[in-house]
Write a new protein. Structure first.
Lengths: 105, 169
């Protein structure tokens, strides 16, 4: 089987996405769940670059701009998420996801 | 060319998978930093140098520090960086769900006929990126600035201790 480089890139990003998904679903530590989500975001960025490199594009900088903005949003998300982790820790003295049931009705 | 890609992909995937499987949070965080470095190497391989350096600056430089600080601030005792094992059922269910998603994605990628890729590598200079940020994407740049400011303020407000409340209690 002879795979085009674009397909290899897409397979790479799919595998990375699934590792992030499995991590986010299976771990009970809030920080690791957040890191799994970060991995999924990174996998999406890999796709942008792969299509920018190999796809038919009209404008040369489109994919690069998209990834730069996505990285900026991911940075903001990580900062707020980790602040939330610290707040949860202050309230319940651990960061297990199952124990964070304070808002449950 | 393809061999380098496969090498980068294997290194990145292995570090990410081991990071998600380890019990020690510090080791997980350090391995994830290695994984992000691998992703930066992929960007370099694909010819997007600016994105690679942004990835190194933001992920390997900034987010890694925030993660390590969060790990150190939330551990319960000096020796406590290992986490209690999760329930086996959750892990099995997560593996099934992740495997199913992987199967669907791989099937879709392998069965799609992509248009023949352009032989020439698209080149983007930093000058072009700057002109694009100042011209066509200027509004998005402003919105990102507002978003980052709001996120910064929100993170500070969330993480500050309320002194008056503590004294009351």
């Amino acid at each position: 089987m002879n795979l085009a480089p674009l397909q290899l890139c897409l397979l790479f990003s799919s595998a990375l996405f699934c590792i992030g998904l499995i991590g986010a679903l299976s771990r009970s530590n809030t920080i690791l769940v957040l890191l799994g989500i970060e991995l999924m975001l990174n996998a999406a960025n890999l796709n942008f670059i792969a299509f920018w490199r190999y796809g038919a594009n009209s404008e040369p900088a489109t994919g690069v701009m998209f990834v730069i903005f996505a990285i900026a949003v991911a940075a903001a998300e990580a900062a707020v998420g980790l602040a939330l982790v610290i707040t949860i820790y202050r309230h319940q003295k651990n960061i297990r996801l199952q124990d964070a049931t304070r808002l449950k009705g | 060319m393809t061999a380098v890609l496969i090498l980068i992909a294997v290194a990145t995937l292995c570090t990410a998978a081991v990071a998600m499987a380890l019990r020690n949070l510090i080791h997980s965080a350090l391995l994830l930093i290695a994984s992000w470095t691998g992703i930066a190497a992929f960007y370099l391989w694909a010819g997007a140098e600016f994105v690679a350096f942004a990835q190194v600056l933001i992920y390997v430089g900034a987010i890694s520090m925030v993660v390590l600080f969060a790990v150190l601030l939330t551990r319960q005792s000096r020796a406590d960086v290992a986490i209690a094992p999760g329930s086996l059922g959750r892990v099995v269910l997560a593996l099934i769900a992740g495997g199913a998603v992987l199967g669907v994605l791989v099937g879709a990628v392998l069965s799609t006929k992509f248009a023949n890729s352009s032989a020439t590598t698209p080149t983007v200079t930093v000058k072009q990126i700057g002109q694009s940020l100042g011209g066509a994407h200027a509004a998005a740049l402003l919105v990102i600035g507002v978003l980052l400011t709001v996120a910064l303020l929100g993170a500070v407000v969330l993480a500050t201790t309320d002194r008056a409340e503590k004294e009351d209690a």
